[in-house]
Design a protein around this ligand. Structure first.
Ligand code: TYD
Length: 148
């Protein structure tokens, strides 16, 4: 697990219970190891190997945790100042993405399943889908933050 140098995201490692040779059980609890009330769960699969790039947006208020429960995928993260690529390929390793984080998902290998826990229902007005709007948004937040 590489270090994370980007604002508004971090890894979450789930507790797991290994049952001898009978497999592993990973546990996600809302408001505990998932740091919000889980209102929505969705999953992405059947992505064409290699070519597809998903995401390409940020959220204004939504919190999400991504788990690659099968296969592997690269996530490119951008907080408006720095960019970092992380690989998700372990079912118990989540990527917690807070609001104000531009991201895309790419290099899905065949059979990959990406499971997402969300803090709220789908709301298109919560999306920032234009990168220059995203940069304006993070700059505005920075100006409003008295610590900066
Ligand atoms: P989007 O979040 O842009 O997908 P990704 O980030 O994986 O590329 O959503 C793709 C489309 O699906 C978009 O038209 C919105 C729709 N959608 C819903 O209707 N409900 C949902 O819960 C989600 C996640 C997406």
């Amino acid at each position: 697990m590489d270090g994370m140098n980007i604002k508004n995201c971090r890894y979450i490692r789930l507790d797991t219970i290994r049952d001898g040779n009978d497999g592993v059980l990973s546990i996600a609890n809302g408001n505990q190891n998932i740091p919000f009330d889980i209102k929505r769960v969705y999953y992405i699969y059947d992505v064409k190997h290699g070519e597809s790039i998903r995401g390409k947006h940020a959220h204004k208020a939504l919190h999400q945790v991504l788990f690659c429960i099968r296969g592997s995928v690269e996530i490119v993260l951008d907080d408006g100042e720095k960019r970092q690529t992380v690989m998700l390929d372990k079912p118990d390793l989540g990527l917690y993405m807070l609001p104000g984080l531009w991201h895309d998902m790419r290099k899905f290998i065949e059979g990959t399943v990406l499971l997402v826990f969300s803090s709220d229902y789908y709301e298109e007005s919560d999306y920032i889908r234009d990168y220059s709007d995203f940069l304006k948004h993070v700059l505005k937040d920075k100006k409003n933050d008295p610590v900066q």
